[in-house]
Design a protein around this ligand. Structure first.
Ligand code: IPE
Ligand code: IPE
Ligand code: MG
Length: 229
């Protein structure tokens, strides 16, 4: 694989936990456990091959509509894995960001998030973004409001007020679980991202599957509207 064909910023829609569990005759919660446990190896691998920003879709603004029990489990898992990810991020000098409205999270969880992310706030080279209570439309509205408060709304001023401001452009979006849609993920940043969809369910998505996505990406011709020379 050519080094210069490694995407700088990869977004992952980690979908298919529920179906993974159902296939095994288990409750959805079993799938969420397996899915959360899968995050670590993929994050580790992505940074090892040279990716600079990884953005993980952990909980959407629409996921609040799920049964209360499921939401509660996801919040618990989040707190647990954020702790693990923080330890990794500190060791590898990666900045951990938990991005989203976060208004509906408990005060306790918000405090934990503050505490963990502060431990990595000094790192600037690489970013691990975990989207929680996140929606792309909400992010754009927020960015537009902030840009308007400071001056004119332009593409640049809007981009400067997105959660991912200052990070490399989003190069690649991977969605596991077989659905061919964005489900409100990084809508503004997706403008010229390459899209990769796989039927593999998130808990089964391993390093080899990640490499397949990167290899596929590395063969794409990105034209940005221009004609090829
Ligand atoms: C992704 O898996 C995890 C979250 C959205 C939080 P799902 O829970 O959506 O699993 P499926 O799509 O129902 O299989
Ligand atoms: C997208 O998956 C959200 C996350 C992976 C966190 P969903 O399962 O919520 O998306 P839909 O409902 O299939 O569009
Ligand atoms: Mg789903």
């Amino acid at each position: 694989m050519e080094g210069n064909n490694i995407p700088l910023h990869v977004g992952i829609i980690m979908d298919g936990n529920g179906r993974w569990a159902q296939k095994r005759g288990k409750e959805r919660s079993y799938g969420h456990k397996a899915g959360s446990a899968n995050v670590d190896r993929i994050v580790e691998h992505a940074f090892t091959i040279g990716v600079k920003s990884v953005t993980l879709y952990a909980f959407s603004s629409e996921n609040w509509a799920r049964p209360a029990e499921e939401v509660q489990q996801l919040m618990k898992l989040l707190a647990h894995y954020l702790k693990k990810l923080t330890a990794k991020a500190v060791k590898k000098q990666i900045r951990l960001n938990v991005l989203g409205a976060k208004e509906r999270l408990s005060a306790d969880l918000n405090a934990v998030i503050e505490k963990y992310t502060a431990k990595t706030a000094m790192f600037t080279e690489r970013n691990l973004n975990v989207l929680v209570d996140y929606g792309g439309r909400g992010e754009i509205v927020r960015a537009a409001r902030r840009a308007a408060e400071k001056g004119e709304i332009t593409e640049e001023s809007l981009a400067e007020n997105l959660y991912t401001a200052g990070q490399p452009e989003l190069d690649l979006i991977i969605r596991t679980g077989g659905e061919i849609r964005l489900s409100n993920f990084l809508l503004y940043q997706a403008a010229y991202a390459e899209l990769y969809f796989t039927d593999v369910l998130w808990p089964d998505f391993d390093e080899a599957e990640f490499d397949k996505a990167i290899e596929n990406y590395s063969k794409r011709k990105r034209r940005y509207g221009k004609v090829e020379c």
